[in-house]
Design a protein around this ligand. Sequence first.
Ligand code: FAD
Length: 388
Amino acid sequence: MDNIVKQSYKSEILDILADVIADYISPNARDIDQTGNFPKENIDALAKEGFLGLIIPEDIGGLGGSPSLYKDVVIEIAKVCASTAMIYVQHTSAVSILLYGAHQPYIRECLDKIAKGEYLATIALSEPESGVYFFLPVSQVSLKCDGSFSLSAKKSMVTSAGEADLYVVNSRSSNSKNSLQSNFYVLTKDQKGIYVGEMPKLMGLRGNNSAPIEMKDCRIESKALIGNEGDGFKISREKLLPIGQLGISALQVGIAKAIYRESVEYVKNRFYIHNEKSLASFQSIQQIIAEMKIECDRAERSLEYMACQMEKGKLDMVTLLEIKIIACEAVLKLANLCLKVCGGYAYSAHSSLERYIRDSKAGTVLGPTPELLKELIGKIILDIPASI
Ligand SMILES: Cc1cc2nc3c(=O)[nH]c(=O)nc-3n(C[C@H](O)[C@H](O)[C@H](O)COP(=O)(O)OP(=O)(O)OC[C@H]3O[C@@H](n4cnc5c(N)ncnc54)[C@H](O)[C@@H]3O)c2cc1C
């Protein structure tokens, strides 16, 4: 696609998204946060318009969206409902893994169904034994004599648990000696041996249905292995990490932009009778609003740069790891600053700001966490292997 065609395709997709947001995601947002209900109507509307297959190439039936378009879509959804954005991000991360096996007939079938909007996917990776190091599973499959595998594993927190049609899971391969030798498999939700645990009440992203999942002697057909035996770590690094980092960072930039938008609105409209001054007239408030804008712009430009580098095939590992730290620090800063300019309004559940502030904390906890990312960047700089 040349640049003009790309641009018009991008704005066409974003126009369709704007309608889905106006008709479903925006009106449902407050209720989803308050009830913690899974935003099924939002996901169905996104599926109907093809968004579940956004990054799937057109020859597999997807929209063939670029990384830059993907991050714009996530930002727009997160500006309104971070829970829906989180479900969409974990879905797209699962798709990125499936794309590695797009040449395999069964995996291709799964991608077809996703592109048609029939399947929602998610990633079930984190384990209690490995915590934030979700790419280093401790669970291990055993190979059965008929060529199938058996998996017993505990996954500590899985977005869209009980709601997704497909779970992309990782586990040590049958003959592996350590967590670097792992595999990815795709499981369907109705498979025997998959148990969804109790849903904890979350601080933020309350509608994303994160719950533990246990697989007990779950039979996995050999066709469900994504790629070859032992490809797990390679898939994590080459497929999951770029799309995962882009998606989670875009989610945080979306929340930051929502906080900024609502703070500006509040400051512009707040007027004091006692001294006949507007809040906007105070220099320190003007400076905070400027600081919020600078922070949002900095994070968004970094994200755009990363997406461009991905498209050119020139993304270096440090940029890839840095992006989530930048987005995470930006949204946390915005969440703090909005309290300084919006006061009780931001602190109260009457405003959407209170929800955004809670949602803003998720990036600090989601693997790979900023601390882990800093550790990995430090190791790259100091020439220390990432596996230790
Ligand atoms: C809303 C939500 C949705 C999620 N959805 C999914 C999902 O769909 N799929 C999935 O697989 N997982 C999911 N997770 C899990 C998530 O990605 C993390 O892996 C998990 O929450 C972190 O594991 P833990 O709580 O065991 O942290 P721990 O491993 O117990 O870590 C605790 C803290 O210690 C820090 N820490 C750990 N090691 C180091 C170190 N070497 N140096 C400095 N600090 C360190 C971490 O940064 C962390 O803050 C989700 C989590 C949340 C909150």
